[in-house]
Design a protein around this ligand. Structure first.
Ligand code: SF4
Ligand code: MG
Length: 329
């Protein structure tokens, strides 16, 4: 399979009055055609900032991609002008967020909001776009499509709105769908339906998905490949089966051990003791050391690099450095 998206050494920083926050710190990842890659981690670990960097939606001047490249096909997205990027966004790359309301215009009908991108990106005339909008609404499992098309966002439930967002996202046959916590605000039944639908569209269209989630249940359902982020860095990555059956990084192990409680929101989910470190106070160390049961002296002073330990898995942890391996694994 060919790489569709290739992120190399991406760093995205934010300038605050207190100092610089390295929200994303030198990460590299690849997504092949037809593949689903999940980025998992607690809130504030850099998952969403990674997605926003790909979409060119980091708000300058406080935020800035300071290093790296993001190749989509043969284009480096970081080198494109605003207009070129806008042409790709919502067309070849589509995005859905946790809160559909934040992407929908409250005073424009659902139908109009589906029609607009069809006319802009797919060169459809109004009539054709209207028909296609109805088909798309039906495709995402909503009955009474015509009535729904005449509704305003506030008249629909959260689950319905997320279906509409998916309809808009798939309307232009994107090659890549970036979904940032798309089911986090929904109850479990609706969540399962939405994930099923995404899987189905992926199979039918061959699109790739970059799925951002804190929920390992979602990862298990959806991912081919998993990237675990902590404090702006990738601490472990691998094929989904490998990562779940043989997690290496103490953080990944902690995530897998902590049991999600159904219907609870993100911040309450994990039971790994301690908190993500203050991003302004990061010194050279393993950023997880305060919370790690395996912490050694070197972990407090030196940062472990992300290294391949099997062909399917990479980890950034001193436990797996040469010489330490036989003692700890
Ligand atoms: Fe724990 Fe050290 Fe590994 Fe960090 S490098 S996860 S502190 S053992
Ligand atoms: Mg987020």
């Amino acid at each position: 399979m060919k790489n569709l998206l290739e992120i190399e050494h991406l760093s995205t920083h934010f300038t605050t009055e207190e100092g610089t926050v390295r929200a994303v710190d030198n990460i590299s990842l690849r997504i092949r055609s037809g593949e689903t890659v999940c980025i998992v981690g607690e809130s504030g670990c850099g998952k969403s900032i990674t997605a926003l960097s790909v979409m060119g939606l980091i708000e300058e001047p406080s935020g800035k991609v300071v290093e790296g490249s993001i190749h989509f096909g043969d284009k480096d997205l970081l080198k494109l002008g605003k207009n070129e990027l806008r042409a790709i966004r919502g067309n070849e790359i589509a995005m859905i967020f946790q809160e559909p309301m934040s992407s929908l215009n409250p005073v424009i009908t659902i139908g109009e909001q589906i029609i607009e991108p069809l006319m802009v990106h797919m060169n459809m005339g109004k009539r054709e776009a209207q028909k296609q909008a109805i088909r798309l609404i039906e495709q995402v499992g909503i009955s009474r499509a015509e009535q729904i098309a005449r509704s305003y966002p506030h008249e629909l439930s959260g689950g319905m709105l997320q279906r509409i967002m998916i309809a808009i996202a798939i309307s232009c046959n994107p090659k890549l769908l970036i979904a940032d916590e798309p089911t986090t605000a929904l109850d479990v039944t609706i969540q399962a339906q939405i994930l099923d639908m995404l899987r189905k569209f992926k199979q039918e269209s061959g699109m790739s998905i970059l799925l951002i989630t804190h929920d390992l249940g979602v990862v298990a359902e959806m991912a081919d490949y998993v990237i675990v982020m902590y404090s702006g860095k990738i601490v472990e990555e691998g094929e989904v089966v490998e990562l779940f059956s043989n997690p290496k990084h103490p953080y990944t192990r902690g995530l897998l051990k902590s049991k999600p409680i159904i219907n609870q929101r993100q911040d309450e989910l994990y039971s790994i003791p301690g908190q993500v470190p203050n991003p302004l106070e990061l010194e050279s160390s393993c950023y997880f050391h305060d919370r790690c049961d395996n912490c050694m002296a070197i972990c407090r002073t030196d940062e472990p690099a992300l290294k391949e330990i099997t062909i399917h898995q990479k980890v950034a942890c001193w436990l797996y450095e040469e010489g330490a391996l036989h003692v700890h694994s």
